[in-house]
Design a protein around this ligand. Structure first.
Ligand code: NAD
Ligand code: ZN
Length: 265
C-alpha cells in the first residue's frame, strides 16, 4: 500500500483502541517516520521510503564528525544548498491530523509521554510537550561538552565548528548521527517510560531501529498492552493486542473522536 494511503478504518479496532487508552493508567507512545508521512516527509523504509527507492546511505556520520568537526559542518552547510528531497520535504512540512491528535490526547490527560524517533519538530509544533526526541531535533544544536541544546538559528556559524556560548565546547547538530550514542538524559527517560507504561501506542515505525524498538517490548514483558497503528506489518505486530492497519492521521483522529465520545457518555 502506498505511504499515506487512506484505508477504510476498522471501526471495531478504533473503538477497542480508545477503550484500552481510556482504561489505562499510563499511556506511552513510540512514534516513527510514518506519523510524518502525511505531512509529505518521506519515510526511510516501507513502501515509497527513501531507502527502499535509493538504497541505504553510508553509516559513518559519527566517525566523520569526530575526525574533523569543522569539515563536517562545512559539508553540512554546503549540502543545505544542494538538492535534497528529504531536506526540502522537512522544511516545507506542517503538522498533520496525526500530530494534532497526539497533542489532543496529551491535553486530555490520556497520553503521558511520547518517545519520537522523528527529528522534524512536527509533534512539538502541533502542541505536544511531553516528548523525548530520541534521535534529536534538526533545528537544534547540542554541546559535546556540557550537553546544552540551543536553536541552530541563534548560533553564529562564522567559525566552524561553532562553539557553545556557555562552555566553549564543540557544537554538533542535535540530530543523532549513525553510530552516535543516544544522549543519556533522553535514554533515561525512555527506560523510565518503558517501566511506567501499562499501554504502549506504537505509531508509524518499522520498529527495527534500536534501542527505540526495545521500549514497547520491555513494557510488554512487564505486562503492558500494545496498540500498533501502521498500514504495514512490522516486527512488533505479533506482540500487539490491537492492530489498526491504517494511516496514522485518520486512525489517531478517529481514536480521539472516540475518546471524546466516551468521556461525554
Ligand atoms: P521507517 O522509515 O523505518 O518506517 C516507517 C514506518 O511508517 C513503516 O513501517 C511504514 O509502514 C509506516 N508508515 C508509512 N506511512 C504511514 C502512515 N501514513 N501512517 C502510519 N504509518 C506509516 O521509520 P522509523 O521506524 O521511524 O525509523 C527510521 C529512522 O529515520 C528514525 O530513526 C528517524 O529518526 C529517521 N527518520 C525521521 C523522519 C522524520 O523526522 N520525519 C523521516 C524519516 C526517517
Ligand atoms: Zn557547552
Amino acid at each position: 500500500m502506498p505511504v499515506g494511503a487512506t484505508t477504510d478504518l476498522d471501526d471495531a479496532a478504533i473503538r477497542a483502541a480508545a477503550t484500552l487508552i481510556q482504561r489505562s493508567r499510563h499511556v506511552a507512545a513510540l512514534v516513527g517516520a510514518g506519523l510524518s508521512a502525511e505531512s509529505g516527509v518521506p519515510t526511510f523504509r516501507g513502501d515509497g521510503g527513501l531507502w527502499t527507492r535509493f538504497g541505504e546511505p553510508t553509516f559513518d556520520g559519527w566517525e566523520l564528525f569526530n575526525s574533523d568537526p569543522g569539515a563536517w559542518w562545512d559539508d553540512a552547510l554546503a549540502a543545505q544548498h544542494r538538492d535534497s528531497e528529504f531536506a526540502r520535504a522537512l522544511d516545507s512540512a506542517r503538522p498533520n491530523a496525526g500530530h494534532v491528535a497526539m497533542a489532543e490526547m496529551e491535553q486530555m490527560g490520556r497520553l503521558a509521554h511520547t518517545i519520537t524517533q522523528n527529528i522534524d519538530d512536527l509533534q512539538h509544533r502541533a502542541g505536544c510537550r511531553k516528548l523525548t526526541e530520541i534521535h534529536g531535533n534538526r533545528y537544534l544544536v547540542r554541546c559535546m561538552n556540557c550537553g546544552g541544546r540551543d536553536r541552530l538559528s541563534t548560533i553564529s556559524l562564522d567559525r566552524l565548528p561553532p562553539l557553545c556560548p556557555e562552555c566553549g565546547g564543540t557544537l554538533k547538530t542535535d540530530t543523532v548521527m549513525f553510530g552516535e550514542p543516544i544522549p543519556e538524559d533522553a535514554l533515561r527517560e525512555c527506560y523510565r517510560q518503558a517501566a511506567l507504561a501499562d499501554l504502549f501506542l506504537v505509531v508509524g515505525t518499522s520498529a527495527v531501529v534500536y534501542p527505540a524498538a526495545e521500549f514497547p517490548v520491555m513494557a510488554k514483558r512487564r505486562g503492558a498492552a500494545l496498540i500498533e497503528i501502521n498500514p504495514e506489518e512490522t516486527d512488533l505486530t505479533p506482540l500487539a493486542d490491537i492492530v489498526v492497519r491504517a494511516a496514522a492521521g485518520a486512525a489517531l483522529a478517529a481514536i480521539v473522536d472516540e475518546l471524546r465520545a466516551e468521556t461525554m457518555a
